[in-house]
Design a protein around this ligand. Structure first.
Ligand code: NAD
Ligand code: UD1
Length: 332
């Protein structure tokens, strides 16, 4: 099967390309490298002995995407391309709406024109918004986000539902990721944000590596057992494998499904820092600061649908997630 992977040079996309190539799929990556390094395809080749076909191209550019579809004739699409920094989306919302929505629309128009009927989309637990209690279940309402990034995910899920409603041969899987961390065990692929990281694990590893002075834990006065926020952290390789399961499902069924990809277990910020220290043997200098605006106290997934529908569960432990994140920073 020929799979077009938008955003395939990024953190989750690159790990998914490895799984695709290792399982006999052909991967065609379209990425404009706005948040990825040019050597990612070389690294994928080092791991798999094969490399994806690569186009350095903006997915918003519909004419360029038409040419790629005409040449590559993909059987399915995995759509990772998008901007993803929550804080930045509040300061430059139009750029987020333009990039995330236009890329999706040009992609769907090409799928329609070239008869490509299967799409797996990178949605997020953020679509559950501030009012649903954890564990999040796919049947809960997903019509409220707390920031422009989150709204792009809510809107794109809706666009995909409408797209599928108008074509009974289409198959759409909206994968709602929880908090992916970790890295490929080779140390060749991982999460490597430019500048100061926003997310917890990249911040922890940079403090441990001596590149940042200290971690600020955003609040210890939440109504949780140790007062810090709880999230459902999952290993990026488990997450990547979930995409293959979603593709298999999409090959056999038409219609739209939303599926949570998480472990079903919550970890607090304190617990994750301690697990990292244990796995790496390095102390993480930290202080407790105030709450970060927009953070919700506790988020974790109900994973029963992923298991029942896709036959997927997350296998890797928090210790493996921490060890692999640390291994990646030491290989860079
Ligand atoms: P990432 O930034 O590492 O990867 C996204 C890739 O898309 C980057 O390589 C970037 O260069 C590319 N890109 C962005 N806009 C593009 C465009 N218009 N044309 C071509 N390429 C473009 O992010 P990631 O962590 O790998 O996330 C992948 C997807 O999963 C995103 O849609 C993100 O919103 C979603 N997601 C991520 C998380 C997370 O915690 N990492 C959680 C939930 C959902
Ligand atoms: C956020 C977004 C989510 C997005 C994800 C990946 C929200 C509500 N969620 O998830 O939509 O998909 O990023 O981009 O915005 N923390 C600290 N110190 C730090 C950094 C984080 O204590 O320096 C804490 C946070 O308060 C949070 C936890 O660590 O409790 C995880 O934070 P983070 O990694 O940023 O992910 P989320 O906020 O869960």
């Amino acid at each position: 099967m020929r799979v077009l992977v938008t955003g395939g040079a990024g953190f989750i996309g690159s790990h998914t390309c490895v799984e695709l190539l290792n399982h006999g799929y052909e991967a065609i990556v379209v990425d404009n490298l706005c948040n990825a390094k040019p050597d990612v395809m070389d690294r994928i080749e080092k791991i798999c002995g094969k490399r994806p076909t690569f186009y350095c191209q903006d997915v918003c550019d519909r004419e360029a995407m038409r040419e790629i579809f005409a040449k590559e004739k993909p059987d399915a699409v995995i759509h990772f391309a998008g901007l993803k920094a929550v804080g930045e989306s509040c300061s430059i919302p139009l750029r987020y709406y333009r990039n995330n929505l236009d890329s999706t629309l040009s992609l769907l128009e090409c799928m329609q024109e070239f008869g490509c009927k299967k799409i797996v989309f990178s949605s997020s637990a953020t679509v559950y918004g501030p009012y649903n209690p954890s564990p999040y279940v796919e049947s809960m309402p997903v019509n409220t986000a707390t920031n422009p990034y989150g709204w792009t995910k809510v809107f794109i899920e809706q666009i995909l539902r409408d797209f599928a409603a108008a074509d009974s041969e289409l198959s759409v899987v909206n994968l709602r990721y929880f908090n992916p961390i970790g890295a490929h065990e080779s140390g060749l692929l991982g999460d490597d944000p430019d500048g100061i990281p926003n997310n917890l694990m990249p911040y922890i590893v940079r403090v441990a590596a001596g590149q940042l002075e200290k971690l600020t834990i955003f609040g210890d006065d939440y109504d949780t057992p140790d007062g810090s926020c709880i999230r459902d952290y999952l290993h990026v390789v488990d997450l990547a494998k979930g995409h293959l399961k979603a593709l298999e499902y999409a090959s056999k069924h038409c219609g739209v499904e939303a599926v949570n990809l998480g472990t079903g277990r919550g970890q607090s910020v304190f617990e994750l820092v301690e697990a990292f220290e244990k796995a790496s043997g390095v102390k993480v200098n930290r202080i407790v600061g105030g709450r970060r605006e927009g953070d919700l106290p506790a988020i974790w997934a109900d994973t029963s649908k992923a298991e029942a529908l896709l036959g997927w569960t997350a296998d890797k432990t928090v210790e493996e997630m921490c060890a692999d994140s640390w291994n990646f920073v030491n290989h860079k």
